[in-house]
Ligand binder design. Structure first.
Ligand SMILES: C[S@@+](CC[C@H](N)C(=O)[O-])C[C@H]1O[C@@H](n2cnc3c(N)ncnc32)[C@H](O)[C@@H]1O
Length: 317
């Protein structure tokens, strides 16, 4: 078995230059990283902006917060085990009335993917868990062992864009009638076997890739959490504060795009109205109209950057 990676320095922050150039106001004092992980982005931001007086790193995963502390500390930084959507409560508890920057770098970190006992990887045997917060909620095993077949189809299709969703869900339901799923490899083998040989050969990725991604998104309610985190971040920003979101999935990017656009263009009047009647005022200014992406050099050194999309907006009011 491949050994657990223990080095704290495994996760390279994605799109570092763009984040430093556009993701935080030069005179900002309070920064919150809503998806702290190993703290790669926070470390860069604290180095680049010496005027920052206070930084808070939120993560749903208590283990990654503890691991990151073995490698990176700064007197201005406080780590908090919380979901990004809980930002409002975290700030209230600390009497912080507003923040100047809020970053979300979505998904899982390399540490989580590479640690078999977290259950995210279809390449390594581990318990079929996939929870970022191991103290809360249902595991991937709970979902695949109990959800109705049509619900599994929907999850695989919607979150994984898996064209063989029906076939795979049927294979899972047949197999779980004999014995429940406990491990990642157990599930991965069932998925692989559900693929026709020709489809498997022409895929270009491991056959379990999309189903594992879909289950991870469902287990952690990643899209619902993103919507709430965006609201919390926008509400907490001071005027001229910036919110920056790095996403890796088209559904995530769509949520960010729509929320930023509706913040910048809030008018809800029907297109047939000659003038605006709703008088809704913009609360955001778009810093990126189109998402920023990684260049070839970054993708070569950090393949995870390949599908990253960065959107940034500035608070107006
Ligand atoms: C891609 S990693 C972040 C990496 C980080 N930017 C760095 O450079 O080290 C995402 C991290 O965010 C955490 N996470 C994902 N969604 C979250 C949420 N809604 N609230 C809090 N933490 C979240 C995950 O547990 C993971 O540690």
């Amino acid at each position: 078995m491949i050994p657990e990676r223990q080095s704290p320095a495994v996760h390279l922050p994605v799109l570092p230059k763009a984040i430093l150039e556009h993701g935080f106001p030069a005179d900002g004092r309070v920064f919150v990283d809503g998806t702290f992980g190993m703290g790669g982005h926070t470390r860069l931001i604290l180095e680049y902006f010496p005027g920052i007086e206070r930084a808070i790193g939120l993560d749903r995963d208590a283990r990654i917060l503890a691991l990151s502390a073995t490698d990176f500390n700064d007197p201005r930084l406080e780590r908090v085990h919380a979901q990004a959507s809980a930002l409002g409560h975290v700030l209230e508890d600390r009497n912080i009335s507003g923040i100047d920057g809020f970053l979300l770098d979505l998904g899982v970190s390399s540490y989580q993917l590479d640690t078999p006992d977290r259950g995210f990887s279809f390449m390594r045997s581990g318990p079929l868990d996939m929870r970022m917060d191991t103290n809360a909620g249902l595991t991937a095993a709970d979902l695949v062992n109990t959800l109705p077949e049509d619900r599994l189809v929907t999850i695989f299709f919607r979150y994984g864009e898996e064209r063989l969703s029906r076939r795979i869900a049927a294979a899972i339901v047949r197999r779980r009638a004999e014995s429940p799923f406990y491990t990642t490899l157990d599930l991965a083998e069932t998925i692989v076997a559900a693929f026709p040989a020709a489809a498997r050969r022409s895929l270009g990725i491991h056959p379990a890739t999309r189903v594992f991604q879909a289950l991870r998104i469902a287990v952690n309610d990643e899209l619902g959490e993103l919507e709430k985190a965006l609201e919390a971040g926008i509400a907490a920003l001071n005027p001229c504060g910036r919110i920056a979101v790095i996403s890796f999935h088209s559904l995530e990017d769509r949520i960010v795009k729509e929320r930023f656009f509706s913040g910048a263009h809030p008018c809800q009047c029907p297109p047939t109205f000659p003038v605006c009647n709703c008088h809704k005022k913009p609360v955001l200014r778009l810093i990126t109209r189109k998402p920023l992406t990684a260049d070839l050099e970054e993708i070569t050194t950090n393949p995870r950057a390949r599908s990253a999309k960065l959107r940034i907006a500035e608070k107006l009011l």
